[in-house]
Write a protein that binds this ligand. Structure first.
Ligand code: FAD
Length: 436
């Protein structure tokens, strides 16, 4: 039966949950978000997120037009395509660059996390509730579902969406058999500001994304360059920011930082000292940077310099885990999106894009329900099919990159490099494997 007065309860106000809330709110659907963090700025990290065309399309479709325009105006250009190199910077393959004349919703954008969060929250003051830690849900006899929070309050709706990230409590209750397992890779990442020239940096570093596949370990780089000076952005969209009740200074807080090259080095856990985290926090960045430098002895000098000149206070370590594939389950009035179901290592920058894809797919399904064109459970079942297919394809891709990064066997690595070289000289093979 159609549910024209649909009420949606979203647990988790991260990228996916807020994108969905924006899309539903714009469509006039009754939606509320319950977020554990105490306040909007409780956990803002100052690095940027690579939004690929699939994520851009979702944000474009879910956000009001003026917020999308502000997002594009404040975003950086991640550059066209991706290069795959050896550690001596011999090109193995260049992924085809998308045509440049495409609409902004079909392009990639390097978005500040701080800016993205503020834009995703804009206009949702009465809809997003902070300091609400979800504990469990209860499915009611009248077909509704109630979310229970640690402060003793609750919220009831026709649908509960678990958008509560990789350690999702909604998933644990809905799918207790779904597992996340640690993967053997350890990541170390940092940011090199591009402020004062850096003429010694290989030009590929400052123009596009790159993957380096040496005989051991792995390096990924991405450039974050603003498309225009901050003052030009204010001139163009400052009024729109103020009209949307957004403070231009707060919105572009970290977009005003220097452009930078972000690097992520990945190695097998066994290859790194077990006591890596024993160093006191103050000296940890320097220790991690020294460790990476010591493993790049025979690499291209520009790559070694990239690591050596990175400010130690930007260098961090990441442990990885990945969701194990989940078989479709009987659909109910509780569903999940994003990292809550298909979390993956951040290698390749796919997780946020997959969460945005889910948000847009679920938005479309729920609009059809609210307009009386579909029944709730079949619409959710169709969403879950598409979400599992897309999300776990991304999990497989991220896991494949990580496997390549941690392959202990040199012979297999040489085969992998030969594979990329073949893709480099055979465009039809490259397109068959890497398009989309
Ligand atoms: C270093 C790094 C770099 C990355 N770079 C990229 C990139 O360039 N591109 C990309 O696409 N992805 C990237 N990712 C991955 C991306 O950040 C995640 O995939 C994405 O944030 C997932 O979005 P989400 O909405 O599913 O979950 P989240 O963004 O994790 O949001 C979950 C929200 O739920 C809230 N929550 C959790 N538990 C509860 C509870 N019990 N009650 C209420 N609220 C709760 C949390 O506070 C949080 O706000 C990167 C990840 C890392 C670690």
């Amino acid at each position: 039966m159609p549910t024209p007065t649909l009420r949606v309860v979203i647990v988790g106000g991260g990228i996916g949950g807020l994108c969905l809330a924006q899309g539903l709110h714009a469509a006039g659907i009754d939606v509320e978000v319950f977020e554990r963090d105490a306040a909007p700025d409780a956990r803002l990290q100052g690095y940027r997120l690579n939004i690929e065309p699939v994520g851009s399309q979702a944000l474009h479709d879910c956000l009001p037009a003026h917020l999308w325009r502000i997002l594009v105006a404040t975003a950086g250009d991640p550059g066209p395509g991706m290069g795959v190199f050896t550690e001596r910077m011999r090109l193995l393959m260049r992924e085809d660059a998308p045509p440049t004349e495409r609409d902004s919703s079909e392009q990639a954008h390097a978005v500040s996390r701080v800016t993205l969060r503020r834009l995703l929250l804009a206009g949702l003051d009465d809809i997003v509730h902070f300091g609400k830690e979800f504990t469990s849900y209860r499915q009611n006899a009248d077909g509704t579902v109630t979310a229970l929070f640690a402060d003793g309050t609750s919220a009831t709706g026709d649908l509960l969406v678990g958008a509560d990230g990789a350690n999702s409590r909604v998933r644990r209750q809905l799918l207790p058999h779904a597992r996340r397992s640690p993967v053997p890779g350890v990541g170390i990442g940092g940011k090199l500001p591009l402020g004062d020239g850096k003429a010694w940096l290989p030009k590929e570093m400052t123009s596009t994304k790159n993957m380096f596949l040496p005989k051991r370990d792995f390096l990924f780089t991405a450039v974050f360059r603003r498309r225009e000076a901050g003052s030009a952005t204010f001139e163009r969209v400052g009024d729109q920011m103020r009209a949307a009740d957004l403070d231009p200074d707060l919105l572009t807080q970290d977009a005003k930082d220097d452009d930078y090259v972000m690097w992520a080095y990945v190695a097998h856990r066994r290859a790194l000292p077990a006591n890596l985290l024993d160093t006191p926090a103050g000296g940890r960045g320097q220790r991690l940077r020294e460790l990476v430098t010591s493993r790049l002895i025979d690499w291209h000098p520009g790559l070694r310099e990239l690591i050596a000149q990175t400010p130690a206070d930007t260098v961090e370590r990441f442990d990885f885990a990945t969701a194990e594939p989940v078989k479709p389950w009987p659909t109910t009035n509780v569903t999940v999106l994003g990292d809550a179901i298909h979390s993956m290592p951040p290698v390749g920058g796919l997780g946020g894009n997959a969460a945005l894809y889910d948000a847009d797919a679920l938005r479309r399904a729920l609009i059809a329900v609210s307009q009386g064109e579909a029944d709730l459970l079949p619409a959710i079942a169709e969403y879950e099919r598409a979400m599992l297919k897309n999300g776990f394809a991304a999990v497989r891709a991220a896991t494949m990159y990580l496997r390549l990064a941690t392959l202990p066997n040199r012979a297999v690595r040489i085969i992998a490099r030969t594979f990329f070289r073949l893709c480099g000289v055979l465009p039809p093979l490259r397109r068959a494997i890497f398009s989309d």
